[in-house]
Structures are given as C-alpha cells and as structure tokens.
Design a protein around this ligand. Structure first.
Ligand code: DQA
Length: 150
C-alpha cells in the first residue's frame, strides 16, 4: 500500500488569502481535498498536515519512520531556506521525498534560491501552483509501484 505523508510548513495555513499573486487563491483545505480524491482513485493512503513550528515538523518526520509512511511530499515553505533540522530529519528516516513549492522560487528573491532540501530530494516541483502537489503524488505513486528505487 502506498502511504503518503504530505507536510506543509509555516504560513501555508493562510493559503487562499496569502499573497495570491504568488500562491494562488486555493486554500490548503482545497488542495488537500483534490489530493484525497486522487489518493482514493489510486487506493493510496494520505496523511496531510501543516505546522508553523519547525520542531513539530521534525517530530512528524520521525513518526513517519514507524507509521508505515513510504513517501513524503513536503512544502517546507520558509523552512526551505533555513532548516538544517528538517533536512537532517528527512535524511535520518531515509523516506524518499519530493519538495514542492507553489511559486517558482527561482523567479523570486535570491534568498529563496537556496534550498536545504533539493540536493537530497527525489525531485523538486516549483511554480506549478497546487498542481505541483498532484504531480508530486503521481510521481510518488509511480516511484513506489516501479521496482526501480535508485
Ligand atoms: C513556498 C516558497 C517559499 O519561499 C515561501 O517561504 C513559502 C512558500 C511556495 O510554496 O512557493 O512560504 O514554499
């Protein structure tokens, strides 16, 4: 069974009203609902969570090591550019993950061009809005179904 953990970092609880020119008008609940629909179609299990606190994200990643999670989709939000702790947690549990950003961080301020995750992620999706989560889910599903885990 494909067990996905979708983790969302700080301020993503404000999606829908937060800087719509960067992040669109969909709320996080709407993004979750679309993903749940996809997961249902594909018989995958989905845990979908958001936190504004770095240590809670670290703790949730640790829990993923023993709760059957076999794929992580993470939008670390601002922690993308700052968090060695979340990077280390992902490396510690060694669960494959895709990094997602709603906005194209490379079109934005230089400080957003640095990610603590991209070099250890299976892949990175940036700039496709909420479709990025769906693309990450499809890619994760294919990854888990294929024998190729390289
Ligand atoms: C973001 C991009 C980050 O730079 C920013 O801090 C966010 C959201 C995105 O989804 O585009 O909060 O991860």
């Amino acid at each position: 069974m494909a067990n996905f953990l979708v983790l969302n970092g700080p301020n993503l609880n404000l999606l829908g009203t937060r800087e719509p020119s960067h992040y669109g008008t969909e709320s996080l609940d709407q993004i979750e609902a679309s993903l749940r629909q996809l997961a249902k179609q594909d018989g995958a299990h989905l845990a979908f969570e958001q936190s504004n606190a770095e240590h809670l994200i670290v703790d949730r990643i640790h829990a993923a090591a023993t709760d059957g999670t076999n794929f992580i989709i993470i939008n670390p939000a601002a922690f993308t550019h700052t968090s060695v702790a979340i990077r280390d947690a992902l490396l510690a549990v060694a669960i494959p993950f895709i990094e997602v950003h709603l906005s194209n961080v490379y079109k934005r301020e230089a400080f957003r061009h640095k990610s603590y995750f991209s070099d250890v992620a299976l892949g990175v999706i940036s700039g496709l809005g909420s479709v990025g989560y769906e693309a990450a889910f499809m890619a994760g599903l294919r990854y888990l179904k294929s024998g190729d885990k390289s």
